[in-house]
Design a protein around this ligand. Structure first.
Ligand code: ATP
Ligand code: MG
Ligand code: MG
Length: 376
């Protein structure tokens, strides 16, 4: 999606990813032999150096990259300076959730209580005594889609939690009894200005984002602005440019906590492609190229994003849903072209726009009904 936006602005993209047919490479053909895409991992320093040698601006769309390689590249003299966005400093903090929480706390962003723990029963029991039960035990690194979290509901589960997260660096968070999960995409410019997209409601199923409702509705008329401000303040505290996804918890009393930050375009911002005046992808590019940002306003009254999550090793269930989607007005299908479909893997998404929430919800209904019953 980032590369599709780049092509409209005639920005040449070189992609580092595993496989010659990786999704982004399917979108952008190399424009010259010296700009050929690279087959390799974003965690491989040699491949990152190879990519850096080909580009003027380097950006990431996943935070689990080798940051030491980025820092080393940034310190090397070269003819045309290389810009890395967001900064390696920012990626290093965000890729360790414990460091990320410490950073947010230091910069006065509201976060739930948390504590470092050792991977021992005694240490986690002590954390449970201090922060209460349930206790959210999290891997500090390499987490996504909830893989890296364990909810400890009673101390008898601590050994199961340690087994499930064996070998991973851990910390613990106080349980947040949220009423809703919300998210705000924020664009940060090279000179540190921030601009927020509307706050949206995110609905997770089995720890994977299932639906996004834009905009977030509430009887509390201060909520939109408060959520945008909390998200914007959090992102102002980092360095480097680009789009950031800020996941938040909304409490019953209206309070907001930051859950976590993604230093890149984010699933909760996919709706912006059809629903906003400028998509998160285009604004990410504009930000890292120091171009004027586009408007982050909605251009439709209501939008919904439905993730297409693999149900099995076959795409057939998802294709049945996309075939129905193509018959409904205001509905756009995005299929990512990933090589293999797997249960729980994000294979694409559908965006629905309409004149009212009632209209977008009516358009969503047949799509939900078409999903295999366990994923609706
Ligand atoms: P993502 O795919 O969003 O990167 P992740 O693996 O990094 O997910 P988190 O966002 O930390 O995981 O947590 C996943 C989900 O678990 C959250 O969306 C929320 O529903 C729940 N959760 C996380 N932390 C807490 C908490 N402290 N209290 C209650 N629920 C929580
Ligand atoms: Mg995460
Ligand atoms: Mg998350």
């Amino acid at each position: 999606m980032l590369v599709a936006s780049a092509s409209l602005l005639n920005i040449k993209a070189v992609i580092l990813d595993v496989g010659e047919n990786a999704p982004a490479k399917q979108v952008a053909a190399p424009t010259a032999p010296h700009l050929n895409h690279i087959d390799g991992s974003f965690a491989d320093p040699a491949k990152i150096r190879e990519l850096a040698a080909k580009v003027d601006i380097l950006t990431v769309e996943i935070e689990h990259v080798d940051v030491s390689a980025l820092e080393e590249i940034q310190s090397l003299p070269r003819e045309t300076p290389l810009a890395i966005h967001p900064s390696p400093f920012t990626i290093r903090i965000i890729q360790d959730k414990f460091k990320q929480k410490e950073h947010l706390l230091k910069h006065n962003s509201p976060v739930s209580e948390f504590t470092s723990v050792e991977p021992t029963e005694a240490s986690i029991t002590e954390a449970a005594q201090r922060l209460g039960l349930p206790l959210m035990l999290k891997s500090r690194t390499l987490a996504y889609d909830g893989r890296g979290n364990f909810v400890i509901r009673s101390v008898s589960q601590i050994s199961d939690a340690l087994a499930a997260l064996a070998g991973r660096p851990l910390y613990a968070e106080k349980w947040v009894p949220f009423s809703k999960e919300i998210a705000v995409m924020v664009v940060r410019t090279t000179d540190g200005k921030v601009q927020s997209y509307p706050a949206v409601e995110t609905v997770h199923k089995d720890n994977i984002c299932h639906l996004v409702f834009a905009p977030l509705r509430s009887r509390d008329h201060t909520l939109q602005d408060r959520a945008k401000r909390v998200a914007g303040d959090a992102i102002r505290s980092f360095t480097g440019a680009g789009v950031f996804g800020v996941e938040m918890f909304l409490l019953e009393n209206g309070e907001l906590y930051v859950n976590e930050i993604a230093p890149r375009p984010h699933n909760s911002g996919h709706y912006t492609i059809e629903a906003c005046e400028t998509s998160q992808y285009e604004n990410h590019l504009r930000a890292i190229l120091s171009l004027p940002l586009g408007s982050t306003n909605l251009q439709v009254p209501s939008a919904i994003m439905l993730n297409l999550i693999g149900h099995s090793s076959s795409m057939s269930e998802l294709i049945a849903t996309t075939n129905i989607a193509l018959t409904i007005p205001g509905v756009s299908v995005h299929l990512y072209g990933k090589a293999d479909c797997r249960k729980g893997r994000k294979m694409g998404h559908i965006t629905i726009v309409g004149e009212s929430d009632a209209e977008t919800r009516a358009r969503l209904r047949p799509l939900l009904e078409s999903l295999p019953s366990s994923s609706a």
